[in-house]
Design a protein around this ligand. Structure first.
Ligand SMILES: NC(=O)c1ccc[n+]([C@@H]2O[C@H](COP(=O)([O-])OP(=O)(O)OC[C@H]3O[C@@H](n4cnc5c(N)ncnc54)[C@H](OP(=O)(O)O)[C@@H]3O)[C@@H](O)[C@H]2O)c1
Length: 318
């Protein structure tokens, strides 16, 4: 009897979750729009890119694995019949790779309408990258920080243009104290990077005020992807709770798609979204002083010179 009850409760939770999942109902086409999505080889990024390709966008997917990237392009072309989809290599664990990616993009595109910083990882081993930075910090935050700043001139040329940053509800547990130190466990460290995503989005939105480039961030919810594969504990929890609690990747992509296409977001910047609606991030994410402090630390960690930074922003303001 108790088994029937468990099945009934799980089923009820599933129905509730399905009904409360936000969906992007805007049917805006994206033809003529140049879109870049990072980490689109699978999971939420793949589904986000697929939907934008379906709407006619000229799409670049930025992935670290050549084989997976090319395979994703082939699948997207096959499903959408959109031929304007390509892969460019981007490994966020390397600042040199980020710079190379932007050079390649600049050589082939004159503008970018939408940049979706989606790639992310949970790193259970506390490794440092070739740049001396914590691996998860660099993949989830510092790599995207450098990428976005270097892409400002391209975004400016397409204004009104959009930057979308995929964060997580885990940001609530994050801190930016001793960010690049190994003292944190991997879950705490992931949470820290997701808080950084929100500080970054808000601070970038402030710095880009009146340039026509909007910056918003989002929590996709709990989504059934390979994000949890690096951790036995999280992976077991995922298998256990999958049926009732997790969204499909397509459902998880809805808020990213909404922020990329919806006319509702035309004048919106510096905000946090969940379920295709404006939402409230944790109170700590509103701390402007921390956001400015993080910006300055990040600038140093990714070795952006003040001249280079000024150049990107002066092109945005011109
Ligand atoms: N799934 C969830 O429940 C959930 C919840 C909240 C927030 N999020 C966020 O959603 C975003 C997408 O995650 P997901 O759930 O779709 O996970 P996923 O299926 O593991 O996808 C992550 C993507 O990021 C890419 N990536 C990892 N390391 C990279 C690197 N060094 N350079 C470039 N790309 C790299 C992965 O490439 P490979 O295929 O080569 O590994 C993959 O394409 C992440 O930012 C994550 O933090 C997810």
């Amino acid at each position: 009897m108790w088994l029937l009850w468990i099945i009934f409760i799980l089923f009820a939770i599933k129905i509730f979750n399905k009904l409360s999942t936000g969906r992007c109902y805007d049917d805006n086409v994206m033809s003529g729009k140049v879109v870049v999505v990072t980490g689109a080889s699978g999971g939420i990024g793949f589904e986000t890119a697929l939907e934008l390709a379906r709407r006619g966008a000229k799409l670049t997917i930025a992935c670290r694995n050549h084989e997976k990237g090319e395979k994703a392009v082939r699948r997207m072309v096959k499903i959408t019949k959109n031929q304007k989809i390509r892969f460019i290599h981007l490994d966020l664990t390397s600042l040199a790779s980020v710079r190379k990616f932007v050079e390649e993009l600049k050589a082939t595109e004159v503008k970018v309408d939408v940049l979706i910083n989606n790639a992310g990882a949970i790193c259970t081993t506390r490794e440092r990258t070739e740049d001396g930075l914590l691996k998860d910090l660099q993949i989830n935050y510092l790599g995207p920080f450098l990428l976005t700043v270097l892409m400002i001139p391209l975004l400016r040329k397409a204004a009104p243009s959009r930057v979308v940053v995929v964060s997580s509800s885990w940001h609530k547990f994050g801190t930016i104290k001793d960010l690049n130190s190994k003292k944190y466990g991997y879950i705490q460290s992931y949470a820290n990077t997701k808080l950084c995503n929100i500080f970054f989005s808000k601070e970038l939105a402030r710095r880009l005020e009146d340039t026509g480039i909007s910056v918003n961030t989002l929590n996709p919810g709990l989504v059934n992807t390979s994000l949890y594969r690096s951790s036995n504990v999280l992976e077991k929890l995922r298998s256990l709770l999958l049926y009732a609690f997790f969204k499909t990747p397509k459902e998880g992509a809805q808020t990213s798609v909404y922020l990329a296409v919806s006319y509702d977001c035309d004048q919106v910047t510096g905000e946090y979204f969940e379920e295709c609606r404006r939402s409230k991030a944790s109170y700590k994410a509103d701390d402007k002083e921390s956001a400015v402090k993080l910006w300055l630390i990040s600038q140093e960690l990714v070795k952006l010179t003040p001249e280079e930074m000024n150049k990107c922003f002066s092109e945005a303001n011109s």
